[in-house]
Design a protein around this ligand. Structure first.
Ligand code: ADP
Ligand code: MG
Length: 662
């Protein structure tokens, strides 16, 4: 019953086309909603300035003439009086209507107006006065070979079938919000009877989509946290001792996050937490204290970074901060030699190693942990949104802390990471100054060089980001080289300049970074390989060439490489185009706001840095525009799931999720 072949007039050819659209069943078909609507208002022809679609009311002024052009084609014309003016009407293949079109009959004409000839070529005549003011036409996304019209007619046929379509909204919410029934709303979406009914149908459908999404998220969340976690005894005074030993005082937000994580680690509920904070807000130290707490509780920690450079940086950082605390820390990267690797593997298996730092190799099958208790993932978004690791620890699952600076507006993070708890670090460390940002044209490069010189003279370091050319890596390289020459001519006599680019071997990159962080290099020219995480507080200036090529969020990330201590820092954006967009950066230093702006200018694809994945794909709902509906759906779904785990609605909604897991 549910198969497309059951539809009259749908042959194998159409079926194939429908399949291309992801339509396999009648249910797929009827829920293949239009992506937009043509809304046709009643037109006053005197106001019409160019040719186009019109709808006019009027009375027949002259009896129609009919011409039979050939067997399958006839043409009828007559004159219509509308708003006290006259207009010629032409309509094809409606000769059978002639007898009803006597002079004085009230009709409504839909058609295309040709102003010069004062003629409407009509495609429809209605005899009753329309009750509503507008006609709404559905427009479908479709594939070559299948017109939107044809698709509409196939859909309409299937709507006439008395097949039941699953309603995923539980009865109590249907009643609470006085939603249209599923069937009514589907009919309205395809053939709207009025704007207000269409609106109601859309609202219901959005809610349903978001409700389904939120039930799944809620389920995943409950299921993960319900799984038994590790309960630890952590001596608070030792944590305090460690915090007191740090070279700086924690900010209020850092302290709060640590407190929350302390609670998470102490209780048996499994932690699944996202630590979110703008670049430079100081997330790393929260992770470090967390790993120390985990160590005090008697478990091993793994810290995963997206690149080896970052892993090394974390390692160096940890070594120095934990020097006095007698903890065994190891770094595992591609560079680690076989012999050393084997030792580290052994150490992890026997429990000799307390903390291991590395890239995603840390969750590879080969690594066997003795008692892994905490996994920290830095720059979470780099690992992909939905990636779920299958770390096991003698039947327990380790607690998980994700860190992310992708400036996802807090509100969208909820939808994206709906299955996690979130901690936010909102303020930067004490004494941080706003980074002075200036957009400069190529022709103003002298000013920039002058400012660079001043920074170098005061003993500070500089990042220079080379223009990015997407088409070719080789040209990238050429650019970097040219820039190197330029910088060398200007500063080479007094200062060391080095280049970091994608073609360098891992070891070479690491070496360059190391020398930069030790201030053996003063100017680091780079492609965007330095984008995330790098922390060299003595660098106080970043100069970004061809800045227009970057999204604002990326620019914000890049800029976040400076301003990492209490010195005044600077950012130059060099560009001859898109100045206005770039000027947002001069005013704004809040990553969330900048990403909002990016969102507005470039669309959501960029916001999340990933394509929307399976369970985030909505037919109608849009998590940004429909955010208030999302909040309702979230609230309702959480409440509903609590008492109705076995409800039919829930089972149906969860089916795909459960399939994935098994
Ligand atoms: P991000 O959140 O971008 O990962 P980091 O954790 O790398 O930021 O921190 C940025 C810099 O600020 C680092 O050099 C770090 O040592 C320093 N820092 C972190 N917290 C504080 C603090 N409370 N006071 C002063 N400096 C801090
Ligand atoms: Mg970081």
């Amino acid at each position: 019953m549910n198969h497309l072949e059951n539809l009259k007039g749908v042959g194998t050819h159409t079926t194939e086309l429908l399949e291309k659209l992801g339509i396999f069943t009648i249910e797929d078909l009827v829920t293949f909603y239009p992506f937009r609507y043509n809304i046709l208002q009643r037109t006053n022809l005197l106001d019409v300035e160019s040719d186009g679609k019109v709808i006019v009311d009027g009375v027949v002024e002259s009896l129609p003439n009919v011409f039979f052009i050939h067997k399958k084609l006839n043409k009828m014309n007559f004159i219509l009086r509308t708003n006290n003016s006259l207009v010629h009407i032409i309509i094809f293949n409606r000769a059978f209507l002639k007898s009803r079109l006597s002079v004085g009959t009230e009709i409504t004409i839909f058609g295309k107006y040709d102003k010069r000839h004062n003629t409407i070529t009509a495609n429809d005549i209605r005899f009753s006065k329309l009750s509503d003011e507008v006609k709404i036409e559905a427009v479908y996304h479709t594939v070559y070979g299948l017109s939107s019209k044809k698709l509409e007619s196939v859909i309409h046929k299937s709507l006439l079938l008395d097949s039941t379509v699953e309603d995923y909204i539980p009865l109590e919410y249907r009643e609470k919000y006085k939603f249209l029934s599923k069937r009514e709303s589907i009919l309205e979406l395809h053939r709207p009877s009025s704007l207000s009914n269409l609106k109601r149908a859309r609202l219901r459908t959005k809610y349903e989509e978001l409700f389904i999404f939120m039930i799944r998220m809620e389920y995943l969340k409950n299921n993960q946290t319900m799984k038994e976690g590790l309960e630890r005894k952590i001596e608070e005074f030792k944590v305090k001792q460690f915090i007191d030993s740090l070279p700086f005082r924690l900010t209020e937000d850092q302290y709060q996050s640590i407190q929350t994580i302390y609670n998470d680690l102490s209780c048996s509920k499994r932690m699944n937490r996202l630590l979110q904070g703008d670049v430079g807000s100081g997330k790393t130290i929260v992770a470090i204290v967390s790993m120390y707490m985990n160590y005090l509780g008697g478990y091993q920690s793994a810290l995963m970074a997206p690149t080896e450079i970052l892993a090394e940086q974390h390692y160096t950082n940890l070594l120095s901060l934990m020097k006095e605390f007698n903890i065994s820390i190891s770094l595992l990267t591609g560079k680690t030699c076989m012999k050393e690797k084997r030792e580290i593997y052994d150490g992890i298996r026997t429990g000799k190693i307390d903390i291991v730092i590395g890239t995603h190799a840390l969750i590879s099958e080969k690594l066997v942990y003795n008692n892994l208790g905490l996994v920290v993932t830095d720059e979470q978004h780099r690992f992909g949104v939905r990636q779920r690791s299958n770390l096991k620890n003698k039947g327990y699952l380790p607690d998980i802390l994700y860190m992310s600076a992708t400036p996802i507006p807090r509100t969208y993070a909820l939808a994206l990471y709906g299955d996690m708890d979130i901690s936010n670090i909102k303020t930067r460390p004490h004494g941080r100054k706003k980074i002075i940002t200036k957009v400069k044209k190529d022709s103003q490069i002298k000013d920039v060089l002058q400012s660079m010189y001043e920074q170098l003279q005061s003993g500070h370091q500089i990042y220079v980001i080379a223009p990015l050319i997407e088409e070719s890596e080789n040209m990238d390289l050429e650019n970097v080289k040219q820039l190197y020459e330029k910088m060398n001519r200007a500063f080479g006599k007094q200062y060391n300049i080095s280049v970091l680019h994608g073609k360098l071997k891992k070891e070479e990159k690491g070496e360059v970074m190391k020398r930069f962080s030790e201030n053996n290099i003063q100017i680091l020219i780079s492609t965007t390989v330095i984008e995330v995480g790098i922390d060299v507080p003595n660098a106080t200036m970043i100069v970004i060439f061809d800045a227009f090529r970057f999204g604002l969020s990326t620019l914000h990330q890049l800029r976040g490489r400076v301003g990492r201590n209490d010195l005044q820092s600077y950012c130059f954006l060099i560009s001859n185009s898109e100045i206005e967009r770039l000027e947002v950066m001069e005013r704004e230093d809040d990553g969330f706001k900048i990403s909002e702006e990016d969102f507005r200018l470039r669309g959501s694809g960029d916001l999340f840095g990933t394509k929307q994945s399976g369970d985030m794909k909505f037919m109608i709902a849009d998590i940004k525009r429909d955010f208030s509906i999302l909040l309702k759906a979230k609230e309702d779904s959480a409440l509903f799931l609590k008492d109705n785990e076995d409800h039919e609605c829930v089972k149906k909604i969860l089916e795909p999720v459960l399939n994935i897991e098994s």
